[in-house]
Design a binder for this molecule. Structure first.
Ligand SMILES: Nc1nc2c(ncn2[C@@H]2O[C@H](COP(=O)(O)OP(=O)(O)OP(=O)(O)O)[C@@H](O)[C@H]2O)c(=O)[nH]1
Length: 203
C-alpha cells in the first residue's frame, strides 16, 4: 500500500438504530451537507475524508451501516476491521437508547477487542423533544467505558469534533501500540507484532 498521501489510515464504522441520523452525520462531516429526504441506508455505504492533525495526514474511511434489522448480517461483517465504532442513538427517541445494550452485544461479538467506541446522542437541535437526559447517557457511556458526545447533524453541532476527537484518540493509541510492540518484538524473536490499529503507521 502506498503511504505517500497519508500518515495514518483509520476505518470508522457507524452503527445504531434506523433513523438516528448516521447517514446525516457522515454527509455533514464529509460533504458539509444536511441532505433533505435522506432515504434509509441499504446495506453499507462508504466515504473517505482526509484530515490534518498536528501536521499529520489522517485518512478516514467511514462506513455507514444500515440500522434496519434485515441488514444486520451484512453490517456485522464490517465490525471486525473497524478501528473505531460510532454507536449512535437519537436523543428524542427513548427506544433508540434502550436498544444500546443490544448493540453492545453485537460489538462484543463481532468487533476486535482494541476497537475504540464512542456513544453519540444525535439530534440535539430538537431539544424540546428530548427523551433521554444527557446525564443518563453520560452515566451509561461511562459504565461501558465509552466516550460520549452529543451532536446535531442538522445544525452541524459537534460533528467535526466527533470525527477529529476520534482521529486524535486513534493516533494516540497507534503511537502507544507502536511503542508497546517495539518493546516486545525482540523477546518474540521475530518481526514486530503489528496490531491492526498500528499497521498503517508502521508500514
Ligand atoms: N432534526 C434533526 N434531524 C436529523 C438529524 N440527523 C438526522 N436527522 C433526520 O433523521 C432522519 C434519519 O436520518 P438518517 O441519517 O437517514 O438516519 P440513519 O441512522 O442513517 O438511518 P438508516 O440508514 O435507516 O440506518 C432523516 O429524516 C434526517 O433528516 C439531526 O441532527 N437533527
Amino acid at each position: 500500500m502506498s503511504m505517500e498521501d497519508y500518515d495514518y489510515l483509520f476505518k470508522i464504522v457507524l452503527i445504531g438504530n434506523a433513523g438516528v441520523g448516521k447517514t446525516c452525520l457522515v454527509r455533514r462531516f464529509t460533504q458539509g451537507l444536511f441532505p433533505p429526504g435522506q432515504g434509509a441506508t441499504i446495506g453499507v455505504d462508504f466515504m473517505i475524508k482526509t484530515v490534518e492533525i498536528k501536521g499529520e495526514k489522517v485518512k478516514l474511511q467511514i462506513w455507514d451501516t444500515a440500522g434496519q434489522e434485515r441488514f444486520r448480517s451484512i453490517t456485522q461483517s464490517y465490525y471486525r476491521s473497524a478501528n473505531a465504532l460510532i454507536l449512535t442513538y437519537d436523543i428524542t427517541c427513548e427506544d433508540s437508547f434502550r436498544c444500546l445494550p443490544e448493540w453492545l452485544r453485537e460489538i462484543e461479538q463481532y468487533a476486535n477487542n482494541q476497537v475504540v467506541t464512542i456513544l453519540v446522542g444525535n439530534k440535539i437541535d430538537l431539544a424540546e423533544k428530548r427523551e433521554v437526559l444527557r446525564q443518563r447517557a453520560e452515566d451509561f457511556a461511562e459504565s461501558q467505558s465509552m466516550l460520549y458526545l452529543e451532536t446535531s447533524a442538522k445544525e452541524s453541532d459537534n460533528v467535526e469534533k466527533l470525527f477529529l476527537d476520534l482521529a486524535c484518540e486513534l493516533i494516540r493509541e497507534a503511537k502507544q501500540n507502536k511503542l508497546d510492540n517495539n518493546d516486545t518484538a525482540p523477546m518474540l524473536g521475530e518481526g514486530k507484532t503489528i496490531s491492526y490499529l498500528t499497521c498503517c503507521s508502521i508500514n
